[in-house]
Design a protein around this ligand. Structure first.
Ligand code: EPU
Length: 317
């Protein structure tokens, strides 16, 4: 049941106008095309509006969940209670570009900017540093939040500063040296929302960068499936034992539960073959985890962020 009262609804509509929707199906906002309704789905126009939203939600005791462009999310079938905030529609500016004393290019981008847009900007200007992120579909905030990366690098390598709103809606700027980055995670202050990141890039040969980018895109097309998914589902237990290879060697490629299927192309991708429920995916994930644990004694851990509630069985009277 929605946690948003009629009074909360009026407050949200007054604050956000068109930029709030109610009972919004999250499957419309995830690359997996899966997910039940968010009680409220808010798309703030800027940092000031976001700050008011955070303060109001705190006063009313409404839970907040921040999502990016939904490319690394599994939202459960019962949906998300409280307010879901998405910064991607309106907080996606490149706020400044400047050279520092050593000649590096410092680019400040808002959390909602899609990472591919930042990669394109870097390529077009011949700035080296973002090529590791080619093909990562997330937005700047989400990618910083989970230290997104590939075999060629991760956000920790290029982010020099992160500005966030803490849970009391105070602005806080953290230099990268104060952030304890880890594999696909970092310990952000609880309840904080990333507003923007400052990236340190280097001037490089434009054509060389573009050539490398083209090669990478071709490799990715060959290796990774195009169907609806959330990208790699599990973290790699170690570089020597990537999850994709373990799942493949466990013989699970093509395994299907309901409409959820282990990709035949890359075994760490779970595909939505059309109308899959989160329940289908969770059942398949359980099967993969058990099979890999029995076969190799390794516990896989999801890399995808799982949000929301399972669907409750309807009561019959
Ligand atoms: N492999 C198999 N069978 C498979 C899939 C992979 O044997 O079905 C083997 C490959 O042959 C290779 C190894 O496993 O030897 C690693 O595979 P790959 O090069 O595809 O890289 P990955 O470790 O599976 C990581 C990131 C991807 C990123 C790629 C490319 C993680 C969990 N995944 O994949 O990120 O695109 O490198 O750089 O770190 C994502 O985060 O959603 C994602 C897809």
């Amino acid at each position: 049941m929605s946690l948003i009262s009629a009074e909360d609804k009026r407050w949200l509509q007054q604050l956000l106008g068109e930029r709030v929707r109610f009972d919004e199906l999250m499957r419309r906002h995830t690359t997996f095309r899966i997910g039940g309704p968010a009680d409220a789905y808010a798309m703030p126009a800027g940092a000031d509006e976001l700050s008011l939203l955070l303060q109001g939600a705190n006063r009313r005791g409404l839970p907040l969940t921040v999502v990016g462009n939904g490319s690394n999310l599994l939202v459960l079938d019962g949906g998300i209670r409280g307010i879901v905030i998405n910064l991607a529609p309106h907080m996606r500016a490149v706020r400044s570009v400047a050279a520092d004393q050593a000649g590096a290019i410092m680019v400040t981008a808002q959390a909602g900017l899609p990472l591919p847009a930042l990669c394109r900007l870097a390529l077009a200007n011949g700035w080296n540093g973002m090529n590791f992120a080619l093909g990562i579909p997330g937005c700047v905030g989400g990618a910083i939040y989970m230290n997104a990366g590939s075999a060629d690098g991760c956000m920790a390598d290029v982010v020099r500063e992160v500005t966030l709103l803490d849970r009391r809606a105070q602005r806080l700027t953290l230099p990268a040296g104060n952030i304890t980055w880890d594999y696909r995670q970092a310990p952000w202050p609880q309840g904080s929302i990333i507003l923007e990141g400052k990236f340190q890039l280097q001037a490089a040969d434009k054509n060389h960068l573009k050539r490398k980018a083209r090669q990478w895109v071709m490799t990715r097309k060959r290796r990774q499936p195009a169907a609806a998914s959330a990208g790699c589902f599990f973290k790699n237990p170690s570089p020597q034992r990537p999850a994709g290879r373990l799942i493949d060697e466990a013989g699970l490629k093509g395994k299907r539960i309901g409409q959820a299927e282990v990709s035949g192309q890359h075994a760490n991708f779970i595909l939505n073959r059309g109308g899959a429920s989160a329940g289908d995916v969770i059942a398949l994930v359980g099967l993969i985890e058990t099979t890999v644990a029995e076969r190799f004694g390794i516990e896989l851990e999801p890399e995808v962020v799982i949000l929301g509630e399972e669907r409750h069985a309807k009561k019959s009277f």
